[in-house]
Design a binder for this molecule. Structure first.
Ligand code: NAD
Length: 282
């Protein structure tokens, strides 16, 4: 059986560490941390994500402020709120839950957030800093995957890593982060030719295609480590990833399950970014 990369346990461990750190910051330096969460409209999936983020804040000891704006909010109104929060000293992090309604340009909104409060790591300044190896916030899902690998004792340096997917929030920052850990990196995507040949080179295969169970054992080298970023729910309500777990698990050395792999890490890393923002803001 392959090693189970247990995102649930690792995320719980990180949250415990952060809880202690936040308590210590309060007692020894009088620092309290505050995250502002903005949701526009009432998309049910977004409401679940926002609720989970607020719950994690409460558990760790981070204050969270909630801004629930109506679906018809204009871009100008949202930008005004972001500007107000940018200028409030006690707010350390600003998170705008995506996707936004069609009348609002996400890129404009992301650029409006002060990079010092950009706890999602989506601002072009944060992405640029990551690219040239300077300090800045890193997108939470890829940052969580690095923690999963490190805390599971998986060697990264010098190994061949293939990432399938080139989105701005997963694939691209993932490639930059794993390069920073000294892996040899390939990004594959929907236009890649001979995908199986490319993915079979991987010692570490990270899959973020958004296609349920697309990756079967033919794509995987014997003994590879497989990280599955995908989350899908079938008609029966059962969750699965972009990897066909039952098919792939027998041929790899370690694998993340869905649920309980990458998913829980995203919120843990968001909390970590909030704590970093709080420390840097003093
Ligand atoms: P996206 O749709 O923006 O990007 C998908 C990428 O996969 C694209 O770059 C595309 O080129 C590539 N791709 C699609 N089909 C392909 C194919 N047949 N062959 C090769 N490449 C192909 O998606 P995303 O936002 O990067 O998310 C990817 C998956 O990860 C989704 O299932 C999403 O739900 C999940 N996700 C999970 C978390 C989490 O916290 N666990 C966070 C973000 C995204």
């Amino acid at each position: 059986m392959p090693q189970n990369i247990d995102g649930k346990a690792i995320s719980a461990q990180i949250k415990e560490e952060l809880k202690e750190k936040v308590a210590d910051l309060k007692i020894s330096r009088g620092i309290s941390i505050c995250l502002a969460v903005i949701q526009v409209g009432s998309d049910p999936a977004s409401s679940v994500y926002v609720g989970n983020k607020k719950k994690a804040c409460a558990y760790i000891g981070i204050d969270s402020r909630s801004y629930e704006l109506p679906e018809e909010t204009t871009q100008e109104e949202l930008l005004q709120l972001i500007d107000k929060l940018n200028n409030e000293e006690e707010v350390n992090g600003i998170l705008v839950q995506l996707p936004l309604p069609a009348q609002i340009d996400e890129d404009v909104v992301i650029r409006a957030i002060d990079p010092r409060k950009d706890v999602d790591g989506f601002h072009p300044q944060s992405v640029g800093a990551l690219c040239i190896g300077q300090p800045g916030f890193v997108s939470c899902t890829p940052a969580g995957i690095i923690q999963l690998l490190k805390r599971s004792g998986i060697e990264i340096a010098g190994r061949e890593c293939v990432i399938i997917g080139r989105s701005n929030i997963v694939g691209k920052p993932m490639a930059l982060l794993i390069l920073r850990e000294n892996a040899t990196v390939t990004i594959a995507h929907s236009r890649t030719e001979n995908l199986r040949e490319v993915t079979r080179r991987a010692d570490i295969l990270i899959v973020a295609t958004g296609k349920p169970k697309m990756i079967t054992r033919e794509y995987v080298k014997e003994g590879a480590v497989v990280i599955d970023v995908g989350i899908h729910r079938n008609e029966a309500g059962k969750l699965c990833g972009d990897v066909d777990y039952e098919d792939v698990a027998p041929v790899c050395s370690a694998i993340t399950p869905v649920p309980g792999g990458v998913g829980p890490m995203t919120i843990a890393m968001l909390m970590n970014n909030c704590v970093e923002a709080g420390i840097a803001g003093r």
